[in-house]
Write a protein that binds this ligand. Structure first.
Ligand code: CDP
Ligand code: ZN
Length: 157
């Protein structure tokens, strides 16, 4: 078994969609980025790549590449999972913590788990998504951005 950890941050700005774990959430502010800015998907991708020691999201899917402009991060997740499997591993489980003062993600957690599980080709029981505030402190507390932590376990197949 091998473990990986991933972390990502995107700014919250007006006039952008808020997509987390492949699910669009109604929100006054959205996530800024070259891709769809799905910070949760990005943290998960880095956790999976880290577990397999296959690099990181910025190296594999550079934001300087026009191919990845506004890309659906689920496309990147599927590619990452294919790389992890090609390297000889199967996915054990993944656990994601979304740190955000707003929006509230609890109503969308089940949709998020289903969406990630489908795109990873695993049972939904292997995927966990949680929301957390930082009690009004720091950049997440002041709604300047959203931070996401992810852990993933893979095992030799
Ligand atoms: O109570 P505690 O300080 O541990 O947690 P909190 O950050 O105040 O969040 C309370 C609950 O709100 C969490 O358990 C999540 O279920 C939910 N939550 C959410 O749905 N969306 C967020 N962006 C943050 C928290
Ligand atoms: Zn990102």
């Amino acid at each position: 078994m091998r473990i990986g950890f991933g972390y990502d941050v995107h700014r919250l700005v007006p006039g952008r969609r808020c997509v987390l774990c492949g699910v669009e959430i109604p929100s006054e502010l959205g996530l800024l980025g070259h891709s769809d800015a799905d910070a949760a998907a990005h943290a998960l991708i880095d956790a999976l790549l880290g577990a397999a020691a296959l690099g990181d999201i910025g190296r594999l899917y550079p934001d300087t590449d026009e191919a990845y402009k506004d890309v659906d991060s689920m496309v990147l997740l599927r590619d990452t999972v294919a790389r992890v499997r090609a390297a000889g591993y199967e996915i054990g489980n993944a656990d994601i913590t979304i740190v955000a003062q707003a929006p509230r993600i609890a109503p969308y957690v089940e949709d998020m788990r289903r969406c990630l599980a489908e795109n990873m080709g695993v049972d939904v029981s292997r995927v966990s998504v949680k929301g957390k505030t930082e009690e009004g402190l720091g950049f997440t507390g002041t709604k300047q951005g959203i931070a996401v932590h992810a852990a993933a376990l893979i095992q030799e197949s």
